[in-house]
Design a protein around this ligand. Structure first.
Ligand SMILES: CC(C)(COP(=O)(O)OP(=O)(O)OC[C@H]1O[C@@H](n2cnc3c(N)ncnc32)[C@H](O)[C@@H]1OP(=O)(O)O)[C@@H](O)C(=O)NCCC(=O)NCCS
Length: 185
């Protein structure tokens, strides 16, 4: 068995096509949405939750890499995020709920999305990715970080263990999503 994954900034070295494909595979494997009305709908979903972060905010992304730089290199998981207040940044206008919690996104402007390959879950890799991002966001001056998740979702326990607490909630697409925030200052 290869050793534990190493947490690396996404931009620390060039990423191969294979690495990009592994990130995409982890994204779709981890997503609750499994079927799409069309290829365009699938591409839009990918862009909304992953692609645009790598396009505009790659400097805030981190990877958990097994055997980095070797022929056996694989991606165990990724974290993408942004430091900009999403209620103010036009590129997030498609997610209308940000504006309804603008007072909270001002307090917790950084945001993250973290996913691991199934084989690597439950081994503290997710925690390590979140800590790397939080240290990075803190160093850049972000006062807080938030995530949204569905009420009652299992991953809320993971975020609470990582120092997040519920700070708000909002209705979206017919169900309630919960905003979890963590102070960085
Ligand atoms: C959610 C996810 C990123 C967590 O990463 P992970 O590496 O599996 O979690 P860790 O092993 O780092 O867990 C860290 C802590 O959170 C706790 N934890 C993890 N998952 C939990 C859960 N579902 N409920 C309660 N606590 C949980 C662990 O017990 C651990 O606590 P400890 O440090 O006190 O022992 C990962 O499991 C994953 O990718 N899941 C599927 C996709 C997903 O839900 N992504 C998040 C989208 S918002």
């Amino acid at each position: 068995m290869a050793g534990l994954p190493v947490i690396e900034p996404y931009l620390v070295r060039p990423r191969s096509e294979q690495a990009r494909a592994e990130i995409d595979r982890i994204f779709f494997e981890s997503s609750g949405t499994k079927t799409f009305a069309s290829d365009d709908a699938r591409a839009a979903f990918h862009d909304r939750w992953l692609g645009r972060y790598l396009a505009h905010d790659a400097r805030h992304a981190f990877l958990a890499v097994v055997a980095p730089g070797s022929a056996d290199e694989t991606i165990a998981g990724y974290l993408v995020g942004s430091l900009d207040d999403p209620a103010q940044a036009a590129r997030f206008d498609d997610l209308g709920y940000f504006k309804s919690v603008a007072a909270l996104t001002a307090r917790y402007p950084a945001q993250l999305h973290v996913n691991l390959a199934e084989a690597w879950r439950g081994k503290s890799v997710g925690r390590a990715l979140v800590e790397a991002f939080c240290a990075h966001a803190r160093a850049a001056g972000a006062p807080g970080v938030h995530v949204f998740t569905g009420r009652g979702m299992r991953n809320a326990g993971f975020y609470k263990a990582a120092g997040f607490r519920e700070v708000g909630g909002v209705a979206w697409n017919g169900s309630e999503i919960v905003m979890l925030g963590r102070n960085l200052d």
